[in-house]
Design a protein around this ligand. Structure first.
Ligand SMILES: C[S@@+](CC[C@H](N)C(=O)[O-])C[C@H]1O[C@@H](n2cnc3c(N)ncnc32)[C@H](O)[C@@H]1O
Length: 288
């Protein structure tokens, strides 16, 4: 196992209990990042009539459990033993299974209507992210879906902090800024075809934000769209997660979250313009 994955495993083994508290909807009055992501997947399950789900890096199993209440079959896998033990202890249903395994060694032996993976790809090498996108095609049925949530590199341009200071020195800054402008003005179909930003790593040492893993990737929507299209996935939707009404230095988790939840759940059909100001985003694509 390489350093990035080893550090990830160590971190989540140690922090499983804490993660469980954060993921528990009853213990949090306002939705946090974990819950906004999980709700997005549940919404799409209903909308797209998904009947079977495999959640990769399922953590403490909250999404797998919520999904199992509305679909035929729900599976969660995670390489952290502590995470899976907490999930198994708390959530029991006949149509719900949890496995303690590494995604890259796991053979589910069947195909699913949907593969989800929230907060997962940031902990993989670039080579493994490509393997993940490619291998997922063998796990998802034809014309069915992949949904994942990940950190947003565009937010670096608007967070006005050390991330911004690093980005502004890079020649890629202008392209990411143009991508942000495009999000404010284009419909998704036109945005998807811009092919502006290639899939690549952030080329500076990123400051740590709460999770003790040296390398935690950030990508822009177009970078992931570029990658998905290379592996013949058709991107269908992107959605802001953890919208910031103010810069992080002024972001008070409790109060600012009201704004994030407001934007998240408002009936506004076009949420793309909010993405540059959101620290994460979701992406939905179809297996073509
Ligand atoms: C940020 S947590 C997200 C957990 C959950 N998806 C959520 O949103 O609450 C990332 C999870 O991915 C798991 N993970 C990372 N690499 C993995 C791998 N190669 N195979 C299986 N699980 C992995 C970690 O153990 C951790 O539980």
């Amino acid at each position: 196992m390489y350093t990035q994955q080893r550090q990830t495993k160590v971190f989540f083994e140690k922090n499983a209990k804490n993660w469980q508290k954060k993921a528990d909807i009853k213990k949090n009055k306002k939705l946090n990042t974990i819950q906004e992501r999980n709700f997005y997947v549940v919404d799409k399950i209903k909308l797209l009539k998904i009947n079977s789900l495999i959640d990769i890096g399922c953590g403490t199993g909250d999404l797998s459990f919520d999904a199992s209440k509305i679909i035929n079959e729900s599976v969660g896998i995670d390489f952290s033993k502590n995470m899976i033990n907490l999930a198994k202890k708390k959530f029991k249903r006949k149509n719900l299974k949890f496995y303690n395994d590494n995604f890259f060694n796991f053979d589910p032996g069947q195909k699913f209507d949907c593969l989800s993976a929230n907060g997962f790809i940031e902990y993989l090498s670039l080579k493994d992210i490509k393997r993940f996108i490619n291998h997922s095609k063998n796990i998802v049925k034809k014309n069915k879906y992949i949904i994942f949530g990940t950190r947003n590199r565009l937010f670096n341009l608007f967070s006005l902090n050390k991330f911004t200071q690093n980005e502004i020195k890079k020649s890629s800054f202008k392209k990411f800024y143009e991508e942000s402008i495009a999000l404010a003005h284009l419909k998704f179909d036109n945005f998807r075809n811009l092919k502006k930003n290639k899939f690549e790593e952030v080329l500076f040492k990123q400051p740590k934000t709460g999770i003790n893993v040296d390398r935690r990737h950030q990508f822009s929507p177009l970078q992931l769209i570029d990658l998905l299209m290379k592996y013949n996935w058709k991107p269908l939707d992107i959605y802001p997660i953890n919208y910031h009404p103010v810069v992080p230095i002024k972001y008070n988790d409790k109060e600012s979250r009201i704004f994030s939840n407001f934007i998240y759940s408002s009936k506004d059909k076009n949420k793309m313009p909010y993405i540059p100001f959101s620290s994460s985003f979701m992406i939905l694509a179809k297996n073509e």
